[in-house]
Design a protein around this ligand. Structure first.
Ligand code: SF4
Length: 678
C-alpha cells in the first residue's frame, strides 16, 4: 500500500493526512499525528475524502455541445473551440465581454495561472472566485481597519485564549477540528460567548449565548463597545499608541446604549452588558467569525465592527486574541492570495498601481496589462443577464447551486453566447456549458493549498488522473500556448510556485523544499523568513489600526404579512459546499441525503406542521419542498435550511441583494413563508 501526505480538499482548516492507495486505487485515510492542526483526528469528511475520487460520475473526457446535446469529444477539438471562441467574442464585443470564474478548490498554482491567463493572454481583469460569496467582506473590512484581510492569529491560539467571542460561525459543523479545539479549551476553563439565533453545538457549552436577531450584528457590537467605553474598560494605552480615529468611533457607539440595542437585537440589556464585560476584561480574548457575519448587505460593516471591538480592548497582536475569519473552502484563502480577484494581482497588489503592473509586465513578458478593475462575479452574472458578458469560463464552481437566487443564475447562464466549465463532475452549471473540460482532482496533481490560518501546505499527486482528465494547470498552459502566448510553460507546479514567490512579496520565501512536511504561514518574505503565526504584533500591517465606525442598517428583506419568517442558511456537518464530492461519498450520503428546514415547535404547532412533514418554503424568488425538522434550537420566527441538495436547492430562495462595497450577497437573511404540503 502506498501512502501520500496531502491536504484535505474540504474545509479551510487545512488538516493534513495520508491518502492510502493500492495500485492507483484509493482505499483509505491515515491521519498524520504530527500535523499541528488535525493532530491525528480528521473529521468525518476528512476520513472519507478518498471515496469520491473514483466515483463512476467522474468526467473522463471533454464534452462539446452539438445540436443541443453534450457529446464526448477529443481534447484537441475542445481546446481549439475554447481558444477560437473567447477571442472572437472579444473581437466583436470588447475585451471585457468575457469573464473568468476561478476556483477555491484548485491549488494556488492553478489560481495564479488562471488569473495570468485572464490578464496576460485575454487582457481582462474580469476574474473572480467564490470568496466574493463568502469572505469578500473580510478582505475589505479587515484591510480597512488592520491593513490585512486575513485571519490575524493561528488556529493553535485557540489553546491560549481565555475567552472566545464566536459570532456567525457554526464552528463544530463547518470547521470541525477548530470547533473541537474550542470545546477542549472551554473544558479547561476558557469562557465562551456565542452570538447566534440558533442553539448551535458551541452554544450548548457557552458561558453566554446571545440569540440576537439575524442581521442585527452591528447593533450588538456597537452596544458592547458602548458599554466598554461607558464603564471605562477600553484599553487606553493600546488606543493611543496603535490606533487612529477613536473619537469618531466613540461618537458613533454613544448612540447605542443597551436599552436601544436590546430593542434592535431582541436581547436583554443585561446580556449586552455581560458580553461586553466578559470580552473586555479577559486577559486574552479571541474573536472567531465566519459567513454568518460576512454574508449580509452590511457584511463589511459587520467585519469593521468586530475589528473596532478588538482594537478598543487591545485584543490584537498577541497569542489567544485577534479577529479570525474562518474561511470556508479548502483554498479560498489561497485563491484570494493568488489574485483571482478583479482588482489585484497575487499578494493583493493593485492592478491600478503602475509600478505593480510594470513588475508583472516584465515577469510575464507582455506589452501591457489592463489597469482598470474587472467585474466581481456577482455583478458579472447580472451583466450576463443583461447581455453584456458574452463568454464565461468557470473552473471548479457550481453557481447554479452555490449562488443566491437560482432562477436569476440559470437565466444569466442561458443568456451567454459561450460557456466553458472545467470540473471533476458534470455539475448543474455544467449542464449549461458549450464545452466541458474534465479536470484532475486534488489526489491526482501536485500543488499547494493555503489554509484559513494563512498556512501554505502541499497537495501531492497520489495517482494518475482518471480517464482523460488533466490537471487544471496543464489545461491553462495548453490554452495559453494555443492562444499564441509563449511564457506559460512549466515542467512542474514547483516552478509555478517559484514564479509566484518572485512576484508576490508575502509568498517571497515559499518554495516546495521549505514546505515539504509542514507548511509556512504568510507573510513569509524571503528564503530565511520563518513565516508569521500572528499578524499585527507591535504594529498593524497597515501601520496604525484605524477605527471604522458603522451604523446599524437592517437587512434588505425583513418579515412582513406575506412572508412572516426570517430564512437563514448554512451547512451541515456531513456535507461540503455544493455537495458534488460529499454527496458522492457513501457514508456521508447515508448520514444525510436530503434537505430539511428547521422550525421551532411553537411555530410548527401554530401552522399544523409535525416533525418530518413535507413542507413548502417560499420566498419572493421561488419555492422548494423539503421535510420539516422541529427543534427548540432555532428561535421562533426563524427558519434554517442548508444549500447542499440539488433536489431542493436552498439557494433558489436566497436573496441576491448585495453589500455595496464587497458585492457579497445577503444569504443569511431573507423573508420567507412555510406551509404544510397536503
Ligand atoms: Fe478536512 Fe476540515 Fe475535516 Fe480537517 S476539519 S478533516 S480540513 S473537512
Amino acid at each position: 500500500m502506498k501512502k501520500t501526505l496531502t491536504t484535505c480538499p474540504f474545509c479551510a482548516t487545512g488538516c493534513m493526512y495520508y491518502l492510502q492507495s493500492d495500485h492507483d486505487k484509493f482505499v483509505g485515510i491515515e491521519p498524520s499525528t504530527v500535523h499541528s492542526i488535525a493532530k491525528g483526528h480528521p473529521c468525518v469528511k476528512g476520513w472519507n475524502a478518498f471515496q469520491f475520487i473514483h466515483h463512476p460520475d467522474r468526467l473522463t473526457t471533454p464534452l462539446i455541445r452539438k445540436n443541443g446535446v453534450l457529446e464526448a469529444a477529443g481534447w484537441e477539438e475542445a481546446l481549439d473551440l475554447v481558444v477560437h471562441t473567447l477571442p472572437s467574442l472579444q473581437a466583436r464585443y470588447g475585451h471585457d465581454s468575457i469573464m473568468f470564474f476561478s476556483s477555491a478548490r484548485t491549488t494556488n498554482e492553478e489560481n495564479y495561472l488562471f488569473m495570468k491567463l485572464a490578464r496576460a493572454v485575454f487582457k481582462t481583469n474580469n476574474v473572480d472566485h467564490c470568496a466574493r460569496l463568502c469572505h469578500s467582506s473580510s478582505v475589505l473590512g479587515l484591510a480597512a481597519t488592520f491593513g490585512s484581510g486575513a485571519m490575524s492569529n493561528s488556529i493553535s491560539c485557540v489553546d491560549e485564549a481565555d475567552t472566545f467571542f464566536v459570532i456567525g460561525s457554526n464552528t463544530t459543523e463547518n470547521h470541525p477540528q477548530i470547533g473541537a479545539r474550542i470545546l477542549q479549551s472551554v473544558k479547561r476553563g476558557a469562557k465562551l460567548i456565542v452570538a447566534d439565533s440558533r442553539t448551535i453545538r458551541l452554544a450548548k457549552a457557552a458561558t453566554l449565548h446571545l440569540r440576537h436577531r439575524n442581521g442585527s450584528d452591528v447593533a450588538l457590537i456597537n452596544g458592547m463597545m458602548h458599554v466598554i467605553i461607558r464603564d471605562g474598560l477600553e484599553n487606553r494605552e493600546f488606543i493611543e499608541s496603535r490606533t487612529q480615529n477613536y473619537e469618531q468611533l466613540k461618537n458613533t457607539v454613544l448612540r447605542y446604549p443597551p436599552s436601544i440595542v436590546a430593542e434592535i437585537t431582541g436581547l436583554t440589556p443585561q446580556e449586552i452588558i455581560d458580553a461586553a464585560h466578559l470580552y473586555a476584561t479577559s486577559p486574552a480574548a479571541m474573536i472567531i467569525y465566519s459567513v454568518g457575519i460576512t454574508q449580509h448587505t452590511h457584511g463589511v460593516d459587520n467585519v469593521r465592527s468586530l475589528a473596532n471591538l478588538a482594537m478598543l480592548t487591545g485584543h490584537v497582536g498577541r497569542p489567544g486574541t485577534g479577529v479570525n475569519p474562518l474561511r470556508g473552502q479548502n483554498n479560498v484563502q489561497g485563491a484570494c492570495d493568488m489574485g483571482a480577484l478583479p482588482n489585484v494581482f497575487s499578494g493583493y497588489q493593485k492592478v491600478a498601481d503602475e509600478a505593480v503592473r510594470q513588475k508583472f509586465v516584465n515577469e510575464w513578458r507582455v506589452a501591457d496589462l489592463p489597469a482598470h478593475a474587472g467585474l466581481p462575479m456577482t455583478r458579472a452574472l447580472n451583466a450576463a443577464e443583461r447581455g453584456e458578458i458574452k463568454g464565461l469560463y468557470i473552473v471548479g464552481e457550481d453557481p447554479v447551486i452555490s449562488d443566491p437566487d437560482q432562477g436569476h443564475v440559470r437565466n444569466a447562464l442561458q443568456q451567454l453566447d459561450f460557456l466553458v466549465v472545467q470540473d471533476i463532475f458534470l455539475t448543474a452549471t455544467a449542464e449549461y456549458a458549450d464545452v466541458v473540460l474534465p479536470a484532475a482532482c486534488f489526489a491526482e496533481k501536485d500543488g499547494t493549498f493555503t489554509s484559513t490560518e494563512r498556512r501554505i501546505q502541499r497537495v501531492r499527486k497520489a495517482a494518475l488522473p482518471i480517464g482523460g482528465a488533466r490537471a487544471d494547470w496543464e489545461i491553462f498552459c495548453e490554452i495559453a500556448s494555443r492562444a499564441g502566448y509563449k511564457y506559460m510553460h512549466y515542467n512542474a507546479p514547483s516552478e509555478i510556485m517559484d514564479e509566484i514567490a518572485r512576484v508576490t512579496p508575502i509568498y517571497g520565501g515559499i518554495s516546495y523544499s521549505r514546505i515539504d512536511q509542514i507548511g509556512l504561514q504568510w507573510p513569509c518574505l524571503d528564503e530565511h523568513h520563518p513565516g508569521t503565526p500572528i499578524l499585527h504584533v507591535g504594529r498593524f500591517v497597515g501601520g496604525m489600526g484605524c477605527f471604522c465606525p458603522a451604523e446599524y442598517r437592517p437587512p434588505a428583506e425583513t418579515p412582513d404579512a406575506e412572508y412572516p419568517f426570517i430564512l437563514t442558511t448554512g451547512r451541515s456537518y456531513f456535507h461540503y459546499h455544493t455537495g458534488s464530492m460529499t454527496r458522492r461519498t457513501r457514508l456521508l450520503e447515508r448520514e444525510e441525503n436530503r434537505s430539511y428546514v428547521e422550525i421551532n415547535p411553537v411555530d410548527a404547532h401554530r401552522l399544523g406542521i409535525r416533525d418530518r412533514d413535507f413542507v413548502m418554503v417560499a420566498t419572493r424568488r421561488g419555492e422548494i419542498v423539503m421535510s420539516a425538522r422541529m427543534t427548540k434550537d432555532i428561535t421562533p420566527g426563524v427558519l434554517f435550511i442548508t444549500f447542499h441538495f440539488e433536489e431542493s436547492p436552498g439557494n433558489l430562495l436566497t436573496n441576491n441583494a448585495l453589500d455595496p462595497e464587497s458585492h457579497i450577497p445577503e444569504y443569511k437573511v431573507c423573508a420567507a413563508r412555510i406551509t404544510r404540503k397536503p
